[in-house]
Design a protein around this ligand. Structure first.
Ligand code: BGC
Ligand code: ZN
Length: 357
């Protein structure tokens, strides 16, 4: 069967012929991959830039891919999933030692000794079949067959928003009618994560603007229009936000906006590795302190966030069907993945690899 292999920290990727996995054992399922998504993390690995990427123990190659949807083909004993069920695998597997990992919250692993499928220490899902434990599978309803591949990136967004809500309980942040309609959220960056944050925050009742240095491309216009959010060019004349979500990892952009944020506002940091550099002044720190600004970084997601991501996707499947479909801007064969794994295609939001129908 086919698999996309990488050898971090070496550059490049290769489509190879590898052995089909064995029959699933107790508690395991055999999954036939339908689609896998390509994200910045994959490209970071392929370019050799992502420092923490590594193959499984005692191996020199890693199967790439952490955003996937597949169909259960066979089940081992003691498994509740059935042949034909659609599933999305979760990414991080805990250290088995710390309390967070023991209760399924490996997204908050304390030791750092976790592995992440397709990223560090465990083979990923860019392959025709994989065997994995049922506990790491999230069931997806049949109507999400074509868009359920967005569950993984969305799970990260769901976690970020959950943290925001948990932490903002420090103050009365809802409006007089107990909604968020009086609150403005700026989402920096209009990639898949930016658009998914926008959709989630709109669903939760915020006024949302997606910000970028440039004008929107056709897909970005379509999606933002369909979900009822503004696309604004970064620069002067923007209102003051209550919330900033950064998905670009750009300190230059972030620091420009930070001093505009309203009192008791919040900043969610999600973007990484832009490679930019910017100084932070004591004046800005003073302002953040004096105005009670919350800053939180967020990475990864637990199984409950995947499940909630599936709930959002089901809702949007009815509410914003166009937006969801439009976000998947191209479908590529695994044989042609090399190019797509090196760089973004023009106008891309999300590129996916098609493994089977
Ligand atoms: C994945 C996360 C992972 C992170 C590591 C992201 O692309 O979606 O699951 O924890 O990369 O930085
Ligand atoms: Zn990713």
């Amino acid at each position: 069967m086919r698999a996309i292999l990488v050898s971090p920290p070496k550059e490049g990727s290769e489509l190879a012929d590898v052995e089909k996995p064995p029959e699933p054992g107790r508690g395991e399922v055999l999954v036939r991959t339908l689609l896998t998504g390509i994200c910045g993390t994959d490209r970071g690995i392929v370019s050799g830039r992502l420092k923490f990427a590594r193959p499984p123990l005692k191996k020199d190659r890693l199967v790439l891919g952490h955003e996937a949807i597949g169909v259960v083909e066979a089940v081992g004993s003691g498994v509740e999933l059935r042949k034909g069920d659609l599933v999305v695998p979760i990414v991080r597997r805990g250290c088995g030692v710390c309390l967070n990992c023991k209760v399924g919250r490996q997204d908050f692993c304390e030791t750092g000794n976790f592995v992440e499928a397709g990223i560090r220490g465990q083979d990923g899902f860019m392959r025709d079949y994989f065997v994995d434990q049922e506990v790491y599978m999230v069931r997806v309803p049949p109507q999400l067959r074509e868009v359920g591949v967005l569950s993984e990136p969305l799970s990260n967004v769901v976690k970020g928003v959950e943290e925001l809500f948990t932490l903002q309980r420090r103050t009365l942040w809802t409006c007089e009618d107990s909604t968020f309609q009086c609150r403005t959220a700026f989402v920096i960056g209009s990639g898949p994560i930016g658009l998914l944050f926008a959709m989630t925050l709109v669903t939760e009742g915020f006024n949302v603007a997606v910000l970028n240095r440039r004008d929107p491309n056709e897909v970005e216009s379509k999606v933002t229009e369909a979900i009822g959010v503004k696309f604004e060019k970064l620069g002067d004349g923007l209102p003051s936000p209550d919330l900033i979500v950064d998905t670009a990892g750009s300190p230059v952009t972030l620091l420009k906006l930070l001093s505009k944020i309203k009192n008791n506002g919040a900043v969610v940091l999600f973007g990484t590795t832009s490679g930019e550099r910017e100084e932070i002044s004591a004046d800005l720190i003073t302002e953040l302190v004096e105005r009670n600004i919350l800053v939180v970084g967020s990475v990864n997601a637990s199984k409950e966030h995947f499940a909630k991501a599936v709930t959002y996707l089901s809702l949007w499947h009815d509410r914003f069907p166009e937006a969801l479909r439009t976000m998947i801007t191209s479908e590529v064969k695994p044989e042609e993945a090399g190019e797509a794994l090196r760089s973004k295609t023009k106008g891309e939001v999300k590129t996916v690899l098609r493994w089977s129908q």
